[in-house]
Design a protein around this ligand. Sequence first.
Ligand code: SF4
Ligand code: SF4
Length: 200
Amino acid sequence: MTIFPLVLPPLLITLSAKLGDKVSNTGATTLRRTCGSCSLCCKLIGFPELKKPPRQWCFHCAKGGGCLIYASRPQGCRQFNCGWLTTPQFGDDWHPLRLKAVIENRSFGDSNILCFHVDNGSPLIKRLEPYYGQLKQMALNGLPYNSWINLFIDNKLIVVLPDREIDCGTLGENDVFSYRRRKNGLSWEVEILKNGQRVF
Ligand code: SF4
Ligand code: SF4
């Protein structure tokens, strides 16, 4: 079973600095991708150190991009690398400015949540291909590994399963979700609970 709180500990929810050409370093592999002119995580990701809620531009973000407090930006900003930056399997279509969404990888014990923080006007809201078909495929591939796909749209959580999407409704600050999966023959049975109540 996967249990995760809506409000994440500071070490798990971090935000990126946007100045300069950050080169993501994933340990063994140094990727050649950089933030460039993108600063979308300064808007879409909530950041407790700054008391910045998700989906609102950071007060310190300059018009046109760039961080006004770059030298003293919080640790979380320094550490954050979005999924596009660190995961070569996400091609150019998944660039944050094209996707209008920021991909964030969250780990909880043996489980993994691939979060898509979706901006207004993103093709992910309208379910345009190629994205939606690939999200379904990721959901299917992830189930055996306790890996889940979450879309955060406005203030709602949508869990993408291989054959459907589950609208978990509006998120409250203290909401806690848990996911369960059980193999049934060749397929998986899934349960989603919100604050202990089954929503699917
Ligand atoms: S402090 Fe700077 S790097 Fe951090 S969110 Fe704000 S603008 Fe972005
Ligand atoms: S969303 Fe990704 S590419 Fe864009 S600024 Fe943040 S870390 Fe860099």
